[in-house]
Design a protein around this ligand. Structure first.
Ligand code: FAD
Length: 475
């Protein structure tokens, strides 16, 4: 058949995994084509994920903080919200970053072919060209011949089959569109994405219920961290319904009427102006005809890979959300670099000792390496150092001393194996814990590191001291 383009490396999907892989590949001198359905690069993270959610969370956290200034003798009065302008700000943040990516692709001579790609065989992809917002398929198709490929086609929100089609029932993408501020909102799913969006909308004025099937929010985080978040947010939401499932939704004239089942289910169906479904994401492995290339895809749509991110097919790699949990942008980027380097003949492999998680809620909750729950479940002997922010000068000066910093050390080697932080800026602070774990630092290394005073970062050094005496050298 006809071939429209040829390249050494084809990258399918331009999210954080795909663009990182394509750029690294080009930097290594490999002729690279990037295939992306949408008009902008950046994938979920830049367009409908990490970045727009943080733009909104920044705005609402300032709104929340301003309210607390009354205690300091400063008042600003009630905010007036121009939702169109707020949406515009969020969109401008996205545009700045995706525009930056387009420039970086051009500078590296990475060719971007815009359309929906599917494998024809292990060396050909057919791209159905798209226009408009990326949903519109044109009648043009192009075939690309490649020597090697990296699959970075990502994931999409899980749908609940019993929910009807209605513009008032949305996933995270719909919630981030910020069409209006609902009076009554239901968030189904108390994970990080659901709680971040609930934080944004509650500050904007929505009355919010959260329904979570499991017996706790923010799965994955240690309960002591989550409890601080929960206590601080006690008044923020109407109802947090744990061990409760939404089971039915009906479209009524005055809203969406939702029925619940479970331990904390309200007896009556509840009516909402907006329902956000945030119950997880599912990989796109079954949507790209990977099997035509001989690539194995598991039942759930994940693509199994080895430590070099190589699939069962020697010349085809896969990275990011499509290869497994945790579905996080920084994991995708790291894997993208490994795959591009491995494909270019370098001895790179994925060997991360830790992948951090952050809920950018208020307060933020962040953790890296092993959690205390994982240590207990795996029978790992650990020692713990905990520094309460109630003893941090900076946290008190900030008026936000509810948090704490916790470090976990191997009881035998005293090397750090994990850490968790809850408090303002916890997501930024966890970076030091990530580095310490990767470097194999022990409690004395961290405790004897001079941190700037007065900062929240000091709490990391102080937690290490708390774990291991004060000035004793380790044996
Ligand atoms: P994706 O970003 O999903 O990109 C895949 C790309 O491939 C898409 O652009 C898609 O259009 C394209 N594509 C798919 N199939 C085809 C095809 N057949 N042809 C052409 N193109 C195709 N992670 C964090 O680390 N921090 C956060 O704060 C954070 N916040 C989030 C908030 C929300 C609301 C959501 C939804 C996610 C968030 N995430 C966050 C997760 C993060 O967005 C993902 O882990 C990350 O985007 C995965 O990157 P990826 O490269 O694997 O795939």
């Amino acid at each position: 058949g006809k071939v429209d383009h040829e390249c050494e490396m084809l990258v399918l999907g331009a999210g954080p995994g795909g663009y990182s892989a394509a750029f690294r590949s080009a930097d290594l001198g490999v002729n690279t084509i990037l295939v992306e359905r949408y008009a902008t690069l950046g994938g979920v993270c830049l367009n409908v994920g990490c970045i727009p959610s943080k733009a909104l969370l920044h705005t609402t956290s300032v709104m929340d903080e301003v309210k607390t200034m009354e205690k300091h003798g400063i008042s600003f009065g009630a905010p007036t919200i121009d939702i169109d302008q707020l949406r515009g700000y969020k969109n401008s943040v996205i545009a700045k970053l995706t525009g930056g990516l387009a420039g970086m692709a051009k500078a590296r001579k990475v060719k971007v072919v815009r359309g929906l790609g599917r494998f024809l065989d292990a060396h050909h992809v057919e791209v159905h060209l798209t226009s408009g917002d990326g949903q519109d398929l044109t009648d043009q198709k192009e075939v690309i011949r490649f020597q090697k490929a990296i699959i970075a086609a990502g994931s999409q929100p899980v749908k609940l089959p019993f929910l009807p089609d209605d513009p008032r029932i949305v996933d995270s993408t719909g919630a981030l569109l910020l069409k209006s501020i609902p009076k009554r909102m239901l968030v189904i799913g108390g994970g990080i994405i659901g709680l971040e969006m609930a934080t944004v909308y509650s500050t904007l004025g929505s009355k919010i219920d959260i329904a979570e099937m499991m017996d706790g929010l923010m799965a994955g985080a240690d309960r002591d961290l989550e409890r601080v978040w929960e206590k601080f947010n006690a008044g923020r939401f109407e109802k947090i319904m744990l061990k409760t499932r939404a089971t039915k939704a009906e479209i009524k004239s005055d809203g969406i009427q939702v029925s619940f089942e479970g331990e904390n289910a309200p007896a009556e169906a509840q009516t909402y102006d907006l329902v956000l479904v945030a119950v997880g994401r599912t990989p796109n492995g079954k949507k790209i005809d990977a099997t035509a290339a001989g690539v194995l895809v598991d039942d759930r749509g994940f693509i199994p890979v080895d430590k070099q991110m190589r699939t069962n097919v020697e010349t085809i790699y896969a990275i990011g959300d499509i290869v497994g949990q945790p579905m996080l942008a920084h994991k995708a980027v790291h894997e993208g670099h490994v795959a591009a380097e491995a494909a270019a003949g370098h001895k790179s492999y994925f060997d991360a000792k830790q992948i951090p998680s952050v809920a950018y809620t208020d307060p933020e909750v962040a953790w890296a390496g092993l959690t205390e729950e994982q240590c207990k479940a795996q029978g790992i002997a650990y020692e713990k150092g905990l520094f309460p922010w109630a003893a941090s000068g900076r946290a008190i000066a900030n008026g936000r001393d509810e948090g704490f910093t916790k470090l976990l050390f191997d009881a035998n080697t005293h090397r750090i194996i994990g850490g968790g932080i809850v408090g303002t800026h916890a997501g930024d602070l966890i970076g030091e814990v990530c580095l310490a774990i990767e470097m194999g630092a022990d409690a004395v290394d961290i405790g004897k590191t001079i941190h700037p005073h007065p900062t929240l970062g000091e709490s990391v050094g102080l937690a290490a001291e708390a774990a291991h005496g004060h000035c004793t050298d380790l044996p």
